[in-house]
Design a protein around this ligand. Structure first.
Ligand SMILES: C[S@@+](CC[C@H](N)C(=O)[O-])C[C@H]1O[C@@H](n2cnc3c(N)ncnc32)[C@H](O)[C@@H]1O
Length: 225
């Protein structure tokens, strides 16, 4: 991480503190939050220009609702809120992080937001959303049942878009019937991929990625993972 980035980060943390917010300050390790390190990757925030570029390219409409699966303190949700989504909700396993996220959005007086403190494998509200965001929250062994729960709560005809930042579970996405439609660069170099469950009739048009031309993310020890 260069000094420009570090300085920017420190400045953001200071500005947030002055406003009573906490999106960017480093999170504790999963074990310190009482979470199982084998099932949860290190919580870290995403968002910023790279995510905004992806979102601007997707043609989001007021009928769309988005769910950040593993939202931590809500950093990425701030960027999701810049678009005309009907709802911008998050689910988070850690009660401590979910409480901080709720506090952040209450302070920002955001009425379009709800934070659910729940294990993504057991969430029963996936049917309310058609766009999903993941910043590499958990390993493939957890992603598989999450995708099963998510798809089972939708009609097959509904197009689901998944924005997967650092897509370590690319193989699980394919196994669950998703196709990688587009790939975008990000600051850390692990890539952001957009998937659809209806590639032949997608609102995004035909896939821009040839089969096999994809990223599978970076190792979870990456500082951004
Ligand atoms: C890398 S952070 C991403 C934060 C946020 N999405 C962002 O981009 O700013 C991933 C979060 O997923 C949460 N998480 C991990 N496993 C989960 C599960 N099974 N259910 C819900 N949340 C989970 C972690 O606690 C962590 O806060």
């Amino acid at each position: 991480m260069g000094w420009v980035h570090t300085t920017q980060l420190r400045l953001n943390i200071l500005l947030e503190r002055l406003q009573g917010l906490d999106f960017t300050r480093a999170n504790q390790r999963p074990a310190e939050l009482g979470l199982d390190e084998r099932e949860v990757f290190i919580p870290s925030p995403s968002g910023g220009p790279a995510l905004r570029r992806v979102l601007a390219d997707l043609g989001i409409q007021p009928a769309d609702s988005v769910l950040d699966i593993g939202c931590a303190k809500g950093s990425a949700m701030r960027d999701l809120l810049r678009l005309s989504f009907q709802r911008v909700d998050g689910i988070e396993l850690s009660p401590d992080l979910a409480a901080i996220a709720r506090r952040n959005f209450a302070r920002l007086k955001q009425a379009r937001v709800s934070i659910h403190c729940v294990d993504a494998r057991h969430f029963d509200g996936y049917g309310r959303y058609n766009v999903f965001y993941l910043y590499n929250p958990f390993p493939p062994v957890v992603l598989a049942p999450v995708l099963q729960a998510l798809t089972s709560q939708h009609d097959r005809r509904t197009e689901l878009l998944v924005i997967y930042n650092n897509p370590l579970g690319h193989a699980q996405m394919l196994a669950q019937g998703f196709t990688a439609m587009r790939r975008y660069p990000d600051f850390w170099g692990h890539g952001i991929q957009v998937y659809s469950n209806r590639p032949q009739a997608s609102r995004l048009g035909p896939p821009r990625l040839a089969p096999g031309e994809h990223t599978s993310g970076s190792h979870p020890d990456n500082p951004a993972a």
